[in-house]
Design a protein around this ligand. Sequence first.
Ligand code: TYM
Length: 339
Amino acid sequence: MRIVSGIQPTGNLHLGNYLGAIRNWVLMQDEWTAKGATCLYFLADLHAISMPHQPATLAENTREMVAALVSCGIDPDKSILFNQAQVPAHAELQWLLNGTARMGWLNRMTQWKDKAGKNREGASVALFTYPVLQAADVLLYQATHVPVGEDQKQHLELARDIAQKFNNDFASEEAPVFTLPDPIIPPEAARIMSLRDGSAKMSKSDPSDMSRINLTDDADAIMQKVKKAKTDPEPLPSEAAGLEGRPEARNLVGIYAAFSGRDVASILAEFGGQGFGSFKPALGDLLVDKLEPIAERYRALRIDRSALDAILAKGAEKARVLATPTLEAAYGALGLVRG
Ligand code: TYM
């Protein structure tokens, strides 16, 4: 079993990243490596240059994201933690897969449509071919499982399509070059929404910091953001069906459920009929309780830049070794002559 997943180092790690993906990364690392699985987690710095960016900020964010992931429980001795730019095989395999991916497939990607907006002519080529690099990221390691949030599902379906077409066109059924990966999406926290707008996902790129809870926020900031979170004037319902059509209430209850390990029904049994005036402080306390230890570890880790660089260097070395056989098989299957 190979578990592979990535995150863009484009800003703070927030609650959506944590509940949608990173928590599963840690869980799989702790439970699956004991059964012989290999976990590879990486910073998608190559993906980050598909949008306008500041080079100095990207380098800084990359190191800070390593510190944040380790604070969340990613253990560089158990998992292979690295950044794409130090493993050239990602970019190489992307080029090889560009021959298999179809323009029509990429044109249908909702992230491409959202991020390019109306200005497609002005969007970078990297933004368009972004999902092919993402396919390369997982296919390179023969990933069997990819823990992600709901918003990455379409990209993973594309990775499967690319793998299938490549295997059909260039390999035999008995000896496929690529494994088809399965996404692992948490049922209860697949899509955490913005605190300011229940119809938009919580995102690093939202200009309002009040829209998200960052894993590095201190207790005051967390309480303030929860207090100011958008809600409706109705009290909480007593049953889950009552959350229908109330996206903000559903989101806050969902976050409470994910962190407390309780199901929505038991939370509504406790808070149903009460206003947000009593639910929000309880949610704030729970978040502070769960996030403070992470923030504390982060503050200690982020200052030792050379230790963070050493983690990345060691991870990249291991990743390069695992990447080589598949990359060479792909070159060979395409008839490209290698020395
Ligand atoms: P990124 O950096 O946007 O997000 C990292 C992970 O966090 C999840 N996530 C969420 N989950 C629930 N609710 C939210 N509001 C929320 N926001 C983000 C994402 O689903 C993701 O799992 N393209 C990817 C990075 C990537 C990748 C890969 C992932 C590059 N190559 C290969 C998996 C496999 C991205 O931009 O994620």
